[in-house]
Design a protein around this ligand. Structure first.
Ligand SMILES: [Zn+2]
Length: 130
């Protein structure tokens, strides 16, 4: 019986780490990290992410769902447009850490996102104001 209660205690302790691992799994994808980097500069619609990352809408939506299920992004509908933003501003700090760590290891860091960059061919209000 003592062994069983030790096992239960260990299980309880590891739940937090399992939660943490699930969060890292959601982030452990190059396109999802790129989405987080883009959203680090503010809200963006799906069409903007699609144009900026040169990926098809279903693919972008799939990655956004994974980030949303992990609680990392929040969506907002405005008419026909769906906008996404980071749920917590400090998610961006993780990317700053990744940049620094890649440099420390002498490896290519993720490219820095230009918050002012307009995406050619993007129909979103930011890139194509009327
Ligand atoms: Zn755009």
């Amino acid at each position: 019986m003592a062994t069983a209660s030790v096992d239960r205690a260990k299980q309880r302790e590891s739940v937090g780490y399992q939660n943490a691992a699930a969060l890292f799994r959601a982030l452990g994808h190059p396109v999802r990290l790129e989405i987080v980097a883009l959203l680090g500069h503010g809200e963006a619609c799906v069409c903007h992410l699609q144009a900026a990352l040169k990926r098809r809408q279903p693919y972008i939506s799939q990655q956004l769902m994974a980030l949303r299920d992990a609680g990392l992004v929040i969506d907002r509908r405005d008419g026909a447009m769906v906008y996404y933003r980071l749920a917590a501003e400090n998610t961006q700090m993780l990317l700053e850490w990744v940049q620094a760590e890649m440099r420390r290891q002498g490896r290519t860091p993720p490219r820095e996102m230009d918050p002012e960059a307009l995406v050619e061919g993007c129909p979103c209000p930011r890139c194509s104001p009327c």
